[in-house]
Design a protein around this ligand. Structure first.
Ligand SMILES: Cc1cc2nc3c(=O)[nH]c(=O)nc-3n(C[C@H](O)[C@H](O)[C@H](O)COP(=O)(O)O)c2cc1C
Length: 207
């Protein structure tokens, strides 16, 4: 059975969604089965209407199916992504992560392999604090957190060892350098997940 990877993200203007698709493509290159899922929009319509790019993204949707707890249980490994919002992950993604208490209580999230990605408007606008905040959830699950490090030459150029990221400078769409880093991240997540899942399955075999 192939390795199962869930990519779950929130996006309000499409940047995180593009990063999610690139990470998914990298994971698929390893032969993994990949589900890309988003989470519900929760901001009032009048707030969205004040931002034409946000409104256009909402009007063009739905972009992916909504994530369920079943998707999370199904996955051997996952990547979670969010735009940086005041230095942390968006509430929309956090709300999904906060709905996992039942799975957590049954031990279903322990030993999943997990990684995070983000985009912010500015270089010092909170990329790392967002990634670390998402990873905090993974620590509580007992998941195995996979950082990017500088494990591929491309990452010396894209430059974020914490996780894939992109500086959008208000409105730019992710460039090839950022998308390339996310692809590396997807390959790395799926490869490490395969090692962990294979080992865990072998440990379950009798004798
Ligand atoms: C409410 C709000 C808060 C934001 N907070 C930050 C921030 O703290 N730092 C930053 O650099 N950019 C911030 N941004 C900009 C977004 O992170 C950035 O535009 C990102 O690329 C959007 O990704 P998306 O297209 O996936 O929504 C904020 C945007 C909004 C709407």
């Amino acid at each position: 059975m192939s390795t199962r990877i869930l990519v779950v993200y929130y996006s309000s203007t499409g940047n995180t969604a593009a990063l999610a698709d690139s990470l998914a493509a990298g994971a698929r290159e390893t032969g993994a089965e990949v589900r890309v899922r988003t989470v519900p929009e929760t901001v009032p319509a009048e707030a969205i209407a004040q931002n034409p790019r946000w409104q256009a993204w909402v009007d063009a949707g739905p972009h992916h199916e909504l994530a369920t707890l079943g998707d999370l249980e199904w996955a051997d490994g996952l990547a979670a992504g969010s735009p940086t919002r005041f230095g942390g992950p968006a509430a929309q993604l956090k709300s999904f992560l906060d709905s996992t208490g039942g799975l957590w209580a049954k031990g279903k999230l322990a030993d999943k392999v997990a990684t995070s990605f983000t985009t912010a408007s500015t270089l010092h606008g909170g990329l790392e604090s967002t990634l670390l905040a998402i990873n905090n959830v993974f620590y509580h699950w007992g998941a195995i957190v996979v950082p990017l490090g500088y494990t591929d030459p491309h990452l010396l150029e894209s430059g974020n060892p914490y996780g894939g990221s992109f500086v959008s400078r208000k409105s730019a769409a992710p460039d090839d350098v950022a998308l390339g880093a996310l692809r590396v991240q997807g390959r790395r997540l799926a490869t490490i997940t395969t090692h962990v899942a294979t080992g865990l399955k072998q440990a379950e075999l009798p004798g």
